[in-house]
Design a protein around this ligand. Sequence first.
Ligand SMILES: Nc1ncnc2c1ncn2[C@@H]1O[C@H](COP(=O)(O)OP(=O)(O)OP(=O)(O)O)[C@@H](O)[C@H]1O
Ligand SMILES: [Mg+2]
Length: 436
Amino acid sequence: MTADVVVAVRGVAKKFARSLKRSFVYGARDIGRLLLRRPVVDALRASEFWAVREVSFELRRGRSIGIIGQNGSGKTTLLRMICGILRPDLGEVAVAGRIAPMLALGAGFKPVLSGRQNVFLNLALLGVSERDARSRYDAIVDFAELHDAIDAPLGTYSSGMQARLGFACAVHTEPSILVVDEVLSVGDAKFRGKCRNKINDLRRGGTSLLLVSHSPVLIETLSDECLYLRGGKMAGFGAAADVLKQYEADSIQQAAAANEARLAALQQRDLAPGQRAAVRSVRLQSGGKDVEHWFCGRPGEVVIALQAAAPTEPISVNVMIFDLVHQAGETVQMLVSSRDHGWLALPGGDCEVRLGLPQVGLRPGSYRLKLSVSRGALHDILDVVDDVRLVVRDGGGSEHCAFFQPRVWSSDRAGVCGRHVPVAADEPDPAGADEG
Ligand SMILES: Nc1ncnc2c1ncn2[C@@H]1O[C@H](COP(=O)(O)OP(=O)(O)OP(=O)(O)O)[C@@H](O)[C@H]1O
Ligand SMILES: [Mg+2]
């Protein structure tokens, strides 16, 4: 490992078994093989799969690598191997310096011990001597803002308080490498801003960063390079802007391919006997043209072709939008025509209903749309089309936002004299006060 490399990952692979029972059996056999100094079985056994395979890269001192990939692509597994929590089945990880792992904040905490006792326990686990721990204790409690609760048992802390204490411990170990798994998205906005600033401070001091995030914008802002994992393998590695473009293009292509099959099947459907209305096609448009993705802050339309057997009683067309990236598939929008616009009477035959969004407020990411046609005050369902995929890309100005806020800046006297550009870790950050 050359002098300025702090993490070297070489041909690393990790497999898991989908069945818990087999996982125990294989685990016991693997330990036996290790004790007998036999090589690990590198072929897959029944129910096993590679969660990570053939991953190699180097992180240099003071540099930052962002890791992106869809759910289940192996990001956390890779970080756990780098932090020494999991042992790779193949390949090796070499680390020079102290790692501050921020994977599941507060994971090693003991609920029956007080906050104070947990700080000392946590620091000891992170390799800090007792003397150093004592000298850093006050700064940790100050950072976590837990003065009143520090002697209460940790089991009485809220999850936000535990995350604060976990983060405070990790960053006060004088780490040379920070390993961050999505933790910039936990806790309240004020604490997230504080974490973000602390990470920036450490980076300005030369600490290297490995950051997993689902947010291309966050990775582009904080990373020099980006590693893109797909199905556990490296699908891309290089300058963050280039790799993120590739990731975005793949996400759009996957969403388009999933939609194509689903929407083609829709058009084959005929109204079932007794069915009053059905959805025959769904198209995404922007500015009147068919598109495969929308841009945050720009117009978006959903065009829904309906067919009715005969003129219908009043119906409502409903569009539910689920966030697949930031909120684990939760509903983020529910747009109901009967509420927004009025009940609709479909004529017999074909008819098109358009939902227009003058400015798409969804933040960049990937979404699932569920469309339904319902009738009556209780919204009896006449037809449903689920799992239409939608990708929203950054249209400029949606960084660090939970949604797009249309806005206008002005001043009576101050003129514009430059635009914000991301800074390298060793430069002072003029926009350092913003939050993640
Ligand atoms: N201990 C385990 N036993 C069995 N399977 C596991 C285990 N840990 C992870 N997996 C599986 O390995 C794959 C990769 O998981 P991992 O948590 O690394 O993905 P990820 O990229 O971090 O996903 P996310 O974006 O949802 O956090 C997934 O299929 C997951 O179900
Ligand atoms: Mg993960």
